[in-house]
Design a protein around this ligand. Structure first.
Ligand code: PLP
Length: 384
């Protein structure tokens, strides 16, 4: 039967993600629009974003945190182009964004000593093979495969290499121990429901040491440059952004951070996210046509929850047809305005992807489950 109740917020996209509950454009009323980001007030606003982010994420005092151009991609590429070169690199990939970093390292930077560890969608690499005396590059959470690293035990404390982590769909949702990593990146458009195009880059003292002692052999565009005359450009990490940020997005980021503080900080963000995953797991357990793409619970993401369709009817369809059928489920729900953007990433196996980050309310997921069953039934019936 077609359900009647609809989620209060149908946004289940994996980026940009749902705004916090209760968000409206009035949250931006105090934005410093029309003002210089280099003014005293502008810099104070940027610094406030950095300070609140540092506090919520538990960034160690001796780590730098700065806002950089071009979203998480910009922050990651800035780190890769600036830090890699002097050591061999182990790069890990379990979905398309990780594969993107592999391409950067092997085909663009063309580093000579690279070991690539990749896993299929839904799986993770054998982390015990990683050599932490080499530089290590990985995404904490594979947004397109629904797989996350189970812990950070495989990164040794006395490593010689740098651990460079794309943590964009993990921070503010999972306990990412930043003090165990050397370069951590994310963008605002994920767990706190902020806007795209601004990246955040966090650097350990060892990463700074690398920046100050090593000059890459390749040219660096201005938006990647973090040093001047062999010294770190400290300003980047003290509200002097490299180029002009959007003060509207800044205000929105601030709104998300204040909300995170109000509800209880990282612990509560993580609790809500895990509760969302648990709810999905409950529905999956009682639903014969669906299963998690990640078979192993320890590596299952609580933010980008990727599901596959295991109904024998669906599995027997030719690949093109099954992809079409899965897309139909997502489109039907979109046309009913109960779930937007839940089709999987274009390169991922056919199925569904639900964002479970803290801005998504548990009650909305619970309301969505009967709709998923209904939409799947409709698509199956229509194609029989
Ligand atoms: C793991 C991962 N890395 C990188 C990106 C790219 O992020 P952005 O579009 O903010 O640059 C995404 C976006 O979804 C992602 O999920």
């Amino acid at each position: 039967m077609k359900p009647t109740a609809r989620p209060s917020n149908p946004c289940f996209s994996s980026g940009p993600c749902a705004k916090r509950p209760g968000w409206s454009v009035s949250a931006l009323e105090g934005a410093l629009v029309g003002r210089s980001h280099r003014s005293k007030d502008g810099r104070a606003r940027i610094q406030e974003v950095l300070d609140r982010s540092r506090a919520i994420l538990g960034v160690p005092d001796d780590y730098r945190i700065g806002i950089v151009p071009a979203s998480d991609t910009g922050a990651m590429e800035m780190a890769l182009w600036s830090l890699l070169g002097p050591r061999g690199v182990d790069v890990l990939a379990w979905e398309s964004f990780g594969q993107g970093w592999v391409t950067d390292i092997t085909k663009q930077l063309r580093l000579p000593d690279v070991r690539v560890f990749s896993a299929d969608y839904g799986d993770i690499c054998d982390l015990s093979q990683v050599d932490c005396d080499r530089d290590v590059v990985f995404a904490w959470n594979g947004t397109t495969s629904g797989v996350r690293v189970p812990n950070v035990d495989w990164i040794s404390d006395d490593r010689e290499g740098l651990a460079i982590c794309d943590a964009t769909s993990a921070v503010f949702a999972m306990n990412v121990p930043i003090g165990k990593l050397d370069a951590v990146t994310y963008s605002w458009q994920k767990v706190l429901g902020g806007e795209g195009q601004h990246g955040v880059l966090i650097l350990s003292p060892r990463a700074v040491e690398r920046l100050e002692s090593y000059k890459p052999a390749w040219p660096l565009p201005k938006i990647f440059r973090m040093t001047q005359g062999g010294k770190l450009s400290e300003g980047i990490f003290k509200a002097d952004t490299i180029n002009t940020p959007s003060m509207l997005c800044m205000e929105d980021a601030l709104d998300g951070l204040k909300w995170a503080e109000e509800i209880g900080g990282l612990q509560e963000l993580a609790r809500r996210t895990e509760a969302n995953l648990a709810a999905v797991a409950g529905w999956v357990a009682r639903t014969p046509w669906v299963d998690f793409l990640a078979a192993e619970p320890a590596v299952r993401s609580c933010t980008s929850i990727c599901l596959k369709i295991v109904d024998p009817w669906f599995v027997a369809l030719p690949a093109e047809e099954s992809a079409k059928a899965a897309k139909q489920v997502a489109s039907l729900l979109e046309s009913e305005r109960v779930a937007f953007d839940i089709a999987p990433y274009r390169d991922a196996p056919p199925g569904l992807r639900l964002w479970g980050g803290a801005t998504v309310q548990l009650a909305d997921l619970e309301t969505l489950f009967p709709w998923l069953d209904w939409a799947y039934g409709e698509v199956k019936q229509g194609r029989d």
